[in-house]
Unconditional design. Structure first.
Length: 133
């Protein structure tokens, strides 16, 4: 039952994000930029370096947090989720910043920020209403 709920939630979030992007593209006249499906799609070399350092920092921080939580503070499991959310938001914000400042399509940052907020709202709703139980 868990996997059915998980799959349904993922599909629902994906569809909502797709619909929101379509509406915003029409509303703000944002042109569609072709991106490869499974690639990093870095804006420029600085974005690649910042993204690499952010991912390294988040990985090291998560490993340290997991080890400390595992051995000392087992009752604070929600801190792992909060850390994952913070690092995901930072990743989206860095991408939106570089889209806004360094590309010929600065309106793409609107779509990135919208996707970030929709995913964040979906995570909050799932955990607030205990949908995985």
């Amino acid at each position: 039952m868990f996997w059915i709920k998980y799959g349904l939630i993922v599909v629902l979030v994906f569809v909502c994000t797709l619909i929101a992007k379509l509406i915003l593209r029409k509303l703000f006249k944002i042109e569609k930029v072709k991106k490869e499906f499974f690639s990093y799609n870095h804006i420029n070399e600085l974005h690649r370096k910042v993204d690499k350092r952010l991912k390294l920092f988040s990985t090291v921080t998560m490993i340290l947090l997991l080890s400390v939580m595992w051995f000392y503070f087992e009752e604070f499991n929600y801190l792992i989720l909060i850390a994952v959310i913070i690092f995901a938001v930072l990743d989206y914000l860095v991408r939106a910043f570089f889209e806004w400042r360094c590309t010929q399509y600065p309106k793409q940052s609107i779509l990135t920020l919208t996707e970030m907020f929709l995913v964040l709202i979906a995570i909050i709703i799932v955990f607030q209403f205990n949908l995985f139980v």
